[in-house]
Design a protein around this ligand. Structure first.
Ligand SMILES: [Zn+2]
Length: 129
């Protein structure tokens, strides 16, 4: 899945502020809606990587607070949690990590490349014109 990159951990300063992420998200959605002559947004889907440092609960609270009075007011907000997906540099296998352990489930190597799970993306928007 590709989407619009909203946030990744490398952009993070000392802390992650879900409210400012939601602010940029809503700005982005409003711009998108405007470009498509949409009257309102009915659904917003985002993907949050477990390593992104974004708290899903806080994100939902922030969205529901900020959407008041915006084009997103009546929209449904759906958050998908993205597990960490890695490729092992030793055995070349791809796996998704379910637990805290940061090692290859196949060979136990710590020599891993992270393929997914570090970012937050806007995946899709449903607009009403
Ligand atoms: Zn391996």
């Amino acid at each position: 899945m590709n989407g619009y990159l909203l946030y990744n951990y490398e952009k993070k300063g000392d802390f992650v502020h879900e409210y400012s992420i939601v602010q940029s998200l809503i700005d982005l959605i409003e711009e998108n809606a405007k470009n498509n002559d949409a009257k309102k947004v009915t659904k917003v889907e985002v993907k949050v990587g477990v390593l992104s440092g974004v708290e899903i609960e806080l994100l939902e609270t922030a969205f529901n607070t900020f959407k008041e009075g915006t084009i997103c007011e009546d929209s449904e907000f759906i958050v998908y949690k993205q597990e960490v997906v890695v490729r092992c540099k030793e055995c070349e296998k791809e796996s998704s990590l379910q637990n805290e352990e940061y090692s290859c489930p196949h060979c136990g190597s710590y020599n891993l490349e992270v393929l997914d799970g570090e970012e937050m993306y806007l995946m899709s928007l449903e607009l009403e014109t």
